[in-house]
Design a binder for this molecule. Structure first.
Ligand code: VG1
Ligand code: CO
Length: 560
């Protein structure tokens, strides 16, 4: 057995190592500075405390973006030096964010060990490559992102760090081959266990959904399907699940080979960046010659996001979570006993609220970022939740889950078409959405992102928007001067959240202008960018009249 020693290395703090909405995200060249990653990792170990680190089993993997392999080797050596007992690595360093959450919660090692945390290496939907983004975040023993109490502590530690620990004499571990390697350190044995990236996750999905009925749909000649992984880590799961387990054709997979630079693209599953899929689904600017598939979906780099499309039809994420919640009990075996409650992030449209009211379900509105859902789920208060930013999930894990969302939609389609795969016309994605609007009304919704603007200017703009809130008369005068056909602002505030489980308070979570007719304008600064600032503007308007739910949303929202 190879022996290693523990070497303390002197270091000095870096500015700006504050974890954002979902971990620390910076340009690769920033992460590559000597000690930059090391400082953050040691600050995390120190924030967790020795009792959570010494002897622990931790997962390290990510979406496979550029610099991941180097980072994994560094974290392995630092974990060894900090007396971690074993590190689990997905083969080739690949694990989707939802798969990491599943591995923490479900996987049992050869020796009966269980993981209590994970470093996830991803910058999610941000581009990858030597000149693009890298990211790292820590997830806890429940499989969810570290809460603010921990991320604040990590940040404090990064400001005062003086040394970190790293193993000397520990060689790079081959992470391309499944198997266990053991080393001997001053405090005993240290193992690195490289395992199959997909099997735990596939097993979990099979315990949630009725794979047989989805397979019947996917292999029916009437149904056509397309999945775009945008060269992110979802590709490693898509082939296993959609093709090998569910019988979809290999040709239904687009960009399903994970790449370090996502093929040069922006791995963000929306109408702007998932160009190839959008064109295939008949939503592109130029008319496609082939008949588009019935169903299409895409994922982001780390496979926690999803975009759901029907033939020439886009499902907004806010509608998607509402529709999944409305149909879950009938269509998905995991929920057959009923939903414990539902939740959405504040800027997400109120489509889910209407379903909750209708079905008499507990309902929660939380700040942006998945970490806020975890407490509710751990307390048994929430089963299904979602964000407008293409994130949907449930309490099967503590992260949003891109492939889960696709399986949920396929389950709903399979359920609606269960007696219908013969001759009749298929119930389509568009039919399901229209039926939903007819029952619950429609929330017209759109989001504008003003990316990479000057940080100082963005802060000033936000401060101005807060200041304006002190006089609604003034606000309404400004609005009426621009558009007389808009209802009055009756309420304006900054969203503040008190966690109903632990009582913690999160302030300044978005600036809201609420109109008399239920419309909303929300402004937020993004917490996931790596440079400058991004201002997000969310626009929403509710329409209950079934004769008016079929409008084009850009047109319906134009006055707002
Ligand atoms: C964005 C989204 C937010 C999401 C977060 C992480 O954050 O708005 O809803 O939870 O990204 O998603 P922000 O602060 O930039 O608005 V991911 O797929 O990066 O893990
Ligand atoms: Co993501």
């Amino acid at each position: 057995m190879v022996m290693f020693k523990v070497a303390p290395v002197e270091t000095t703090p870096f500015d700006g190592q504050k974890p954002g909405t979902s971990g620390l995200r910076k340009k690769v060249k920033v992460f590559k500075q000597p000690n930059y990653l090391e400082n953050f990792v040691q600050s995390t170990f120190n924030a967790l405390g020795a009792d959570k680190v010494r002897g622990a089993t931790l997962v390290v993997s990510g979406d496979g973006r550029y610099y991941s392999k180097d980072a994994i080797q560094i974290i392995i050596k630092m974990a060894a030096a900090n007396a971690v007992r074993r590190i689990w690595v997905g083969q080739n360093g690949l694990l989707s964010t939802p798969a990491v959450s599943a591995v923490i919660r479900e996987r049992v090692g050869h020796d009966g060990s269980k993981a209590t945390g994970a470093f996830i290496l991803t910058a999610s939907h941000n581009p990858g490559g030597p000149h693009e983004d890298f990211g790292i975040k820590y997830n806890m023993e429940n499989g969810g992102p570290a809460p603010e109490a921990i991320t604040d502590k990590i940040f404090e530690n990064t400001k005062t760090i003086k040394e970190y620990l790293i193993a000397e004499g520990l060689p790079d571990v081959d992470i391309s081959t499944i198997g266990l390697t053991s080393f001997a350190g001053p405090e005993g044995q240290f193992d690195v266990d490289v395992f199959d990236s997909a099997s735990d996750y596939v097993k979990l999905m099979k315990s949630i959904f009725d794979f047989q009925s989805i397979q019947k749909l996917l292999t029916s000649p009437k149904f056509t399907f397309c999945y775009d992984a945008l060269h992110g880590v979802a590709g490693a799961y898509a082939k296993r699940i959609f093709v090998e387990e569910l019988g979809a054709k290999e040709s239904s997979l687009l960009n399903c080979v994970p790449k370090e630079d996502f093929g040069g693209g922006h791995p963000d599953p929306n109408l702007t960046y998932a160009k190839e899929l959008v064109a295939r689904m008949g939503l592109g600017k130029t008319k496609s010659e082939q008949e588009p598939p019935e169903f299409g979906a895409a994922a982001d780099g780390d496979a926690d996001r999803n975009m759901i499309l029907g033939k020439r039809f886009f499902v907004t994420p806010s509608d998607s979570v509402a529709i999944i919640a409305a149909n879950a009990v009938q269509a998905i075996p995991y929920f057959s006993g009923g939903l414990k409650g539902v939740a959405r992030s504040m800027p997400t449209s109120a489509a889910l609220d209407v379903v909750a009211k209708h079905l008499n379900l507990k309902f929660f509105e939380v700040p942006t970022g998945w970490k806020f859902f975890g407490n509710l789920m751990d307390a048994g208060m929430c089963s299904v939740c979602g964000e407008e930013s293409f994130g949907t999930g449930s309490d099967h894990i503590r992260e949003k889950d891109g492939i889960w969302a696709v399986l949920a939609w396929l389950s709903i389609l399979a359920y609606k078409n269960k007696d219908n795969l013969g001759e009749e016309k298929l119930v389509t994605v568009e039919d399901i959405v229209h039926q939903h609007w007819a029952t619950y009304g429609r929330h017209y919704y759109t989001r504008y992102d003003y990316e990479n603007v000057d940080s100082g200017g963005a802060k000033e703009l936000m401060a101005h928007l807060v200041k304006l809130q002190s006089s609604l008369d003034e606000v309404n005068k400004i609005i009426k001067g621009t558009r007389s056909d808009i209802s009055n602002v009756v309420n304006a505030d900054e969203f503040e959240y008190k966690d109903p489980v632990d009582g913690s308070i999160s302030k300044h979570q978005g600036i809201r202008y609420l109109f008399e007719d239920g419309s909303r304008l929300v402004f937020r600064l993004s917490g996931t960018g790596s440079e400058g600032a991004t201002i997000r503007l969310y626009i929403e308007q509710y329409e209950k009249d079934p004769s008016k739910t079929g409008r084009d949303s850009q047109e319906a929202l134009a006055p707002l």
